[in-house]
Design a protein around this ligand. Sequence first.
Ligand code: XIL
Length: 399
Amino acid sequence: MAPGSSSHNRLLSRRRALHLCLGTAACLSGAVIQRKMPLVVQRRSSVYNNREFVVDGQRALKDRAAAKGILYGAEINHQQLSADSDLAAQFIQECALLVEGGGLKWFLTPSPLRPAPNTFDFTAADWMLRFSQTNQVKMRGHTLVWHQSLPPWFEETVNNRNAEQVMHSHIRTVAGRYRGQMHSWDVVNEAIRVQDGRSDGLRKSPWLEFMGPDYVELAFRITAEMDPNAKLVYNDFGLEFGSRKSDAKRESVLQLLSKLMSKGTPVHALGVQGHLDTTRPINSSKLRNFLADVAALGLEIFITELDVTDRSLPADAATRDRVIAGVYEDFLSIVLDEPRVTTVTTWGLSDRYTWLSEFFPRSDGLPVRPLPLDSDLNRKLAWNAIARAFDNAPSRTII
Ligand code: XIL
């Protein structure tokens, strides 16, 4: 687009408006909807009333992203993909990257990877890798070291004498099996929890308790040894918002990443999960500065688990869809301005399957609508919003 052209100016003024808007809590809290206060709902959701989520053509999200040097994909799991051929077809059409949402966690029913201390069950993960390779979709591994989804046997088996060996053998076996075949690994997930009160911000997880703070570095080193071609990611949530809590979390994550980088640890990207909530305002300058600081460390940034909960929005589906779409577009317009943001994955593709139905359901019992496709696999306004954010994003080099 030529600078000074009318579409360039339109884009600039849209960006400026966005900038001003998102710079103030009052504005994005424009998206704050209290179902018990319909007037407030009306006034606040009206921020997006005049936005036309019109997109050019029908091209898939992965193609629009690729045109700007961005990889787009989504989380999906083995049960969904193997049982739902319509979803599989949509997935292949829209996505260039697949994140297996459960099969590479230590223990998630119905097909846990680590059923017993000395056994591994790769059925689900192997199937997903075959699917991704057959369909020319790259695959991300999620996740090697996390405080959640630990097996029932973990507590009685793992202690400070054997934790290092247990972690070592897990990473060697899992990352080793898929050596050379993964786009990236979420090596350590959610290791920061400022409320736990440590000066380094580390979460008091079993890993920290048994191995001390160096477990993070060790996990990256072992993974790099087992799969030197995969991009290794530190992944966390709650980094997106304007609150003091988010400020503190950003600071601790930066401190962790700087320390890892200064020791030459093989960490290649920060994963910003991006679980957005219409009640939690974003401060665009804080977010931009944070991403620039991460980029200055030499890291890439992946948006890894993007979705927008509608649990505080009114029942009307059209209103919900419009606000959700606005939040997607505003967030992506900010983060995609940072050229080191190279990958965007939504946490699910269709409202037919989303963790939010279980973890953040609506109190009125209505089905949630947080993802780009509705439960009939039709494109929603959120799809248009993501498509437009890719279309308007500056180009970057595919790294
Ligand atoms: C969620 C999955 O989507 C659910 O199916 C599972 O039961 C619980 O975990 N942050 C993460 C993801 O890093 O692993 C979580 O996924 C969502 C929050």
